[in-house]
Design a binder for this molecule. Structure first.
Ligand SMILES: C[S@@+](CC[C@H](N)C(=O)[O-])C[C@H]1O[C@@H](n2cnc3c(N)ncnc32)[C@H](O)[C@@H]1O
Length: 233
């Protein structure tokens, strides 16, 4: 598919494209809500893993790439997602602790304002000598004037949703129910929900189940194929 393909802007679709290039062809302010779990470097633990290390067994210490297209620069896509979002709209961006500072700095550099730092508390945890990790972070951002969430007074900053254990369609697959929680709070039926790094399409499945329109890009053909299957089901 070429970048001049008109389908780049066609909603209710997942496209097998490099979103950084594709977004440049999108009109400004055409998207109602961004929900994305972007690729970023995964660095786990420190360098001291020698024979005499006191580190408990099972703690990862190397850079572990979970999927092929992982190490892209946050500054390469943040300006584009800001540009294509409508005024008075929300953005939810997943991040881990090590990328949190850069993710927040880059988002604020392009004009996003931080509404809140959300915590997804999972039912599984990763070994660590600095407290076991059982959560992930989500930057809850806004473009333009502040807009309230739909469930005012009912939604808390720390929320519990079961992680997917076992049969995952993607190594970093996010639970559809968690994504529906964010989408329900920050959009209305018919709105366009966008995920430029959609993996196997979890955000788009969630959007569809809530009668939102959806658009996703995924560069990896294998994940794209699974995503298409999931949203068409
Ligand atoms: C963290 S994963 C998202 C997984 C997703 N949350 C799910 O539930 O399936 C990020 C995805 O972005 C994709 N990706 C990386 N660079 C990309 C690019 N330039 N354009 C489109 N997709 C890209 C990767 O292949 C990966 O599948």
């Amino acid at each position: 598919m070429t970048l001049s393909d008109k389908r780049i802007l066609e909603v209710n679709n997942i496209l097998n494209l490099d979103s950084i290039a594709a977004m440049k062809n999108m009109e400004s302010e055409c998207i109602d809500l961004l929900v994305t779990d972007p690729p970023y470097e995964t660095i786990t633990g420190g360098r001291n893993n020698g024979k005499n290390s006191k580190r408990p067994k099972g703690i990862l210490t190397e850079n572990k790439n979970l999927f092929t297209h992982q190490n892209i620069k946050i500054s390469d896509w943040m300006p584009e997602v800001f540009r294509i979002l409508k005024q008075e709209s929300h953005a939810y961006i997943f991040t881990n602790l090590l990328n949190l500072t850069e993710m927040l700095n880059e988002s604020q550099k392009v004009g996003f304002k931080l509404h809140n730092l959300l915590v997804w508390e999972k039912n599984n945890c990763v070994c660590s000598q600095y407290y076991m990790k059982n959560c992930e972070y989500v930057l809850f951002l806004r473009k333009g004037k502040a807009k309230w969430i739909n469930d005012i007074g009912g939604s808390k900053t720390v929320h519990q949703f079961n992680n997917i254990i076992g049969n995952k369609t993607h190594p970093t697959e996010k639970p559809v129910e968690l994504l529906k929680f964010y989408i329900a709070n920050s959009s209305n039926e018919g709105d366009i929900v966008f995920d430029p790094f959609c993996g196997t399409g979890s955000t788009l499945v969630a959007a569809k189940e809530l009668n939102r329109q959806y658009l996703g890009y995924e560069i990896d053909k294998e994940y794209f194929d699974i995503g298409i299957q999931r949203v068409k089901q």
